[in-house]
Design a protein around this ligand. Structure first.
Ligand code: OAD
Length: 249
């Protein structure tokens, strides 16, 4: 006898197979099994650090050295980890569903390291820097300090190319996401608490327009709407199961 979860995964696979414009929205939970802390979990970053001190423009103006130290620590941590089975399953899903658009709130590049291309990184990327004076963007995987000079204008004005609290998301990226949401008939939401807008509104928007919402999350008390498919469990277990059903395995 298949379990309730197995039946739900089968149903999710059927829905995805008929999708014309599916979206995969991921959050910190997809990287949790790689060993990267989420934000709001028990050991989440926002349980141990104050966002106001580290992830706002005001914090950066106040103490650039501290903010860079925190980002360097996170970069080292991420570089010491690898993509997990959920990232690889997302890559395979895209192979089977070429129209699948991946939108991630994660800044850790693990989707890319698993081979996935054309990802919309809503909150930026932790390995990118942006100059506050000349606005040019570059990639620096190693340490950056408040004294590191911009390679274009030579001024020590680099900041992480990440969207901080209180900042607007890139307008052209949001325009692209909104036009994709208008066409989206199935959204697969993996490992996000839905606390941070605008991403938190994407499933609401798809549901409102009559599309399907499929969600994978470890949270037992997560709120799912009647027509949604809620798969409770680890992304690194459930996403590969879902993916293998798409290939008829
Ligand atoms: P959160 O930490 O808010 O939520 C992580 C979600 O993943 C929770 O709902 C967990 O239940 C779930 N989860 C944990 N482990 C999981 C696993 N192994 N498999 C599946 N689900 C799992 O992270 P986000 O929702 O991504 O923004 O946070 C959104 C934004 O808030 C982040 O991008 C970040 C943060 O402030 C910025 O830094 C701009």
């Amino acid at each position: 006898m298949p379990t309730e979860t197995q039946l739900a995964i089968q149903r999710a696979a059927q829905i995805l197979l008929t999708a014309k414009h599916p979206i995969l929205l991921t959050g910190a939970g997809i990287s949790a099994e790689s060993g990267i802390p989420t934000f709001r979990g028990k050991e989440g970053l926002w349980k141990n650090f104050r966002a106001e001190d580290l992830a706002t423009p005001e914090a950066f103006s106040r103490d650039r050295k501290l903010v860079w130290e925190w980002y360097n620590w996170r970069k080292r941590l991420i570089l010491s980890k690898k993509p997990n089975e959920a990232h690889y399953a997302a890559y395979r899903l895209k192979e089977k569903l070429p129209n699948l658009l991946c939108i991630t709130q994660n800044v850790d590049s693990l989707h890319k390291r698993a081979g996935l291309k054309d990802i919309l990184e809503m909150h930026g990327n932790i390995f990118r820097v942006r100059c506050q004076k000349c606005f040019r963007v570059g990639i620096i995987e190693g340490e950056v300090t408040h004294e590191t000079a911009c390679k274009y204008c030579n001024l020590p004005e680099l900041r992480p190319d990440i969207v901080w609290f209180g900042e607007a998301l890139d307008a052209s990226l949001m325009h692209e996401i909104h036009s994709q949401l208008l066409r989206c008939d199935v959204i697969l939401v993996v490992g996000t608490s839905g606390h941070v807008y605008p991403a938190a509104g994407f499933a609401i928007e798809v549901r409102r327009r009559g599309g399907y919402v499929i969600e994978i999350n470890t949270d037992e008390n997560h709120r799912a709407f009647p027509n949604d498919i809620y798969l409770q469990g680890n992304a690194a277990t459930l996403l590969p199961q879902l993916d293998s059903l798409l290939s008829g395995d």
